[in-house]
Design a binder for this molecule. Structure first.
Ligand code: KG4
Ligand code: ZN
Length: 350
């Protein structure tokens, strides 16, 4: 079966065709994965402007779906179901994808599958690498989320840690903004950090030891916090600017030092969770998993502990519809589809 996936939760309009292979170890293959990025539109404003994002999704969605069919060499007659990101995300953006998917599924007489965006990020690992050895600990780290999931069985996601404040990608974007590096911040901080000294600026690391009042079921010591780090960078930069603008070298040092603290926290917590839950593998997915240091450190840490580690390809790291189609296929095979009364949900829980 081929599933059409649609993703419009934030600032990328994406459509993809993903096909079942019949191989239980590598269950899916990507026939097409078309992504229309809105980054140039939002860059001017220093971040995603929700109203502009939803309007641009409306302009792009039909063309993006047509291209997904062309590149995937398929027609509507070949499609078995339509999967769409139901949430979480910007509600105006989500609504464009959900409305399109409902209309398409109704017109073509196909099942509709509402997918959680983070389930999509987790399944990007399986789309790329095949089924993960379970139990697996998966870190989903993006502009909106920094969460640790325990996957005891394929398709079963248990939240075991999360950020109490900023997501790691959000911290990257804010630090880039205060350094005047533009939007989105992750890729540029990553690039500049390569030339910097990661010990040049002393920045605090946050380790939480207590349960979160808002999520008492979690022990809390696998949680993250990045807002104090961001404030420390701001304070350092403001103090330094009193004597003139930062040099290129100093900016690179700030980027490298900030990146070291973020990546250390992500890797440390992920492998602590893996040890605690006797994981057979570790995965890292979401936009920040494109980070060069995070990829290298996860791989090195895993190798030194003989723990298989998995990351998606760069294209599957950031938001895309192939991961949504893959998660949709997983749900469809588990017998979980959505009614046409389903709606976009900005705060959907996994
Ligand atoms: O998953 P994604 O495309 O969208 C969300 O669901 O949020 O993630 C986007 C985030 C942005 O915050 C962006 O700055 C960050 O991923 N990002 C990176 C890198 N590439 C993208 N962060 C660090 N290093 C990168 N190379
Ligand atoms: Zn995402």
């Amino acid at each position: 079966m081929i599933v059409l996936g649609i993703e419009t939760s934030c600032d990328e309009t994406s459509a993809a065709l993903v096909e079942e292979t019949g191989d239980v170890q590598r269950p899916w293959t990507t026939r097409s994965n078309v992504i229309a990025s809105q980054v140039p539109i939002h860059r001017e404003w220093g971040g995603v402007v929700p109203e502009l994002a939803s309007r641009q999704h409306i302009r792009d969605i039909c063309g993006v779906v047509e291209r997904a069919f062309e590149e995937g060499r398929a027609s509507w007659a070949d499609i078995g179901a339509v999967a769409v990101t139901q949430g979480p995300g910007l509600v105006g953006s989500l609504l464009v994808g959900v409305s399109f998917a409902k209309a398409a599924a109704a017109a073509a007489g196909l099942p509709l599958i509402g997918v959680h965006h983070l389930a999509g990020h987790i399944e990007s690992l399986v789309l790329q690498n095949g089924e993960l050895p379970v139990p697996s600990v998966v870190l989903v780290v993006s502009g909106g989320h920094t969460s640790l999931y325990l996957v005891n069985r394929p398709g079963q996601y248990e939240l075991i840690g999360r950020t109490r404040d900023d997501a790691a990608g959000e911290a990257y974007d804010k630090v880039a903004k205060l350094l005047g590096l533009g939007y989105p911040g992750g890729p540029v901080v990553d690039r500049l950090a390569a030339a910097g000294d990661d010990r040049a600026v002393a920045l605090p690391t946050t380790r939480l030891t207590h349960a979160d009042r808002n999520a008492p079921a979690l022990k809390g010591d696998l949680d993250f916090s990045f807002s104090g780090l961001k404030t420390a960078v701001l304070r350092h930069v403001n103090q330094r600017r009193r004597t003139g603008p930062l040099t290129e070298r100093e900016i690179a040092d700030v980027c490298a030092s900030f990146q070291r603290v973020v990546v250390t926290a992500l890797v440390d917590r992920t492998f602590t969770a893996a040890r605690r839950h006797a994981a057979a593998s570790v995965g890292v997915a979401g936009g920040v998993s494109a980070n060069s240091r995070l990829r290298a450190d996860v791989e090195a840490y895993g190798r030194s502990r003989e723990m298989p580690t998995f990351v998606p390809s760069l294209q599957l790291s950031t938001d895309n519809a192939a991961m949504i189609a893959a998660a949709g296929l997983r749900q469809l095979r588990a017998g979980v589809t959505s009614s046409f009364g389903m709606n976009a949900e900005a705060g959907l829980k996994l």
